[in-house]
Design a protein around this ligand. Structure first.
Ligand SMILES: [Zn+2]
Length: 119
């Protein structure tokens, strides 16, 4: 049985894109490592080749694990969810990432990539 439903996979894809944009634009000059997911089901994820700094690497791992374990079906927007599952530090960080990358994409006309996951 697959670990990730298709919907979860596409959410994870978006999450990775957002963290990648954020890290690329805000963490220039930091040492980067190629991202890989450390949790179960890593072979199922066809994540693009992305380089992240250590902090963003951890953040994305945390986010993927949380998305994979989300018990809500259908998943509500995180903002509206009664169960804030992110660690408070990561929660603050991911909101910053979503805001930054969301604005970044809007400015470039990439409305197709707009993401309401954390909106
Ligand atoms: Zn970073």
């Amino acid at each position: 049985m697959p670990v990730f439903e298709p919907k979860v996979k596409s959410d994870i894809d978006m999450l990775a894109k957002f963290v990648h944009i954020y890290c690329r634009e805000n963490h220039r000059g930091r040492e980067k490592i190629q991202f890989y997911y450390k949790g179960k089901g890593r072979d199922e994820l066809n994540l693009p080749h992305i380089m992240l700094c250590e902090g963003c690497f951890k953040l994305l791992n945390h986010g993927i694990a949380k998305r994979a374990m989300c018990p809500m079906d259908p998943k509500p927007m995180c903002k509206k969810c009664p169960n804030h599952c992110y660690h408070p530090l990561y929660r603050t960080k991911i909101r910053e990432v979503m805001k930054f990358s969301g604005i970044y994409l809007v400015k470039r006309g990439r409305l197709d990539m707009l993401y309401h996951y954390f909106a």
